[in-house]
Design a protein around this ligand. Structure first.
Ligand code: CMP
Length: 219
């Protein structure tokens, strides 16, 4: 559990008591961990791999977040019994998860108040990101949204190389489109434009951005 910050916030004695209750599961790419509106009494910690969190009404899909190693999800339905899942969780690649049931979670939170602060800090960060997304979806045109999202993905999932920052996830054009409320064809067009003006390069479905700061400043 050492790679999971949530567990790092727990008193080691308490952690020893909790670990026996944590179960491990592995999901292949495309596996739905749970659907939006399902009832839920389990939360999940990502040990490796990544998970897409999205809403889907049967035709339109919006990816709210892509969570990675060290992140957790499913805590919202857990905190308030009776609340259903606010979004669908799908393995974006093979993912190893640790699961924790409601009563063990409640026991943990009651035993160590620092966990509540930790959860609150993460929730505030998610709210901050969601607010930024609201601004971008409201005021920016689709081309700028795509470019800014690439710059943000470089911040959040980037690995520095000699030439720039490599977004360390395999991104399909559809995936990127679902993150910014665009259609796939527009993403393809904008990515071609960015390649032609030497702002990005695509290698093995991964995008290298030569100067993410300059891309972020774009209006
Ligand atoms: P829950 O509502 O139980 O199921 C869906 C989960 O997705 C939710 O708990 C959170 O853990 C996670 N989630 C929902 N919205 C966001 C968001 N905007 N950013 C990151 N994670 C989210």
């Amino acid at each position: 559990c050492s790679a999971i910050p949530f567990f790092g916030a727990i008193d080691p004695d308490l952690l020893d008591k909790v670990l026996p209750y944590v179960r491990e599961m592995v999901c292949k790419r495309g596996t739905i961990v749970f659907f939006e509106k399902d009832e839920g009494d389990t939360m999940y910690f990502i040990r490796s791999g990544s998970v897409d969190i999205y809403t889907f009404d049967g035709t339109k899909k919006v990816i709210l977040a892509t969570l990675r190693e060290g992140d957790y999800f499913g805590e919202m339905a857990l905190i308030r019994p009776g609340l259903v899942r606010s979004a669908t969780a799908e393995a974006a690649e093979t993912v190893k998860l640790y699961t924790l049931g409601r009563s063990d979670f409640e026991h943990l939170v009651a035993s160590d108040p620092r966990l509540v602060i930790h959860l609150l800090e993460d929730t505030m960060e998610r709210l901050r990101r969601a607010n930024r997304q609201i601004y971008e979806l409201t005021f920016l045109n689709v081309r700028t949204r795509i470019i800014k999202r690439l710059a943000r993905l470089a911040e959040e999932h980037g690995r520095r190389t000699d030439e720039g920052v490599l977004i360390d996830m395999k991104l399909t054009h559809q995936h990127l489109a679902d993150m910014v409320g665009a259609v796939r064809e527009t993403v393809t067009k904008v990515l071609l434009e960015l390649q032609e003006n030497n702002s990005i390069r695509v290698e093995n479905k991964k995008i290298l951005i030569f100067d993410p700061e300059q891309m972020m400043r774009l209006e």
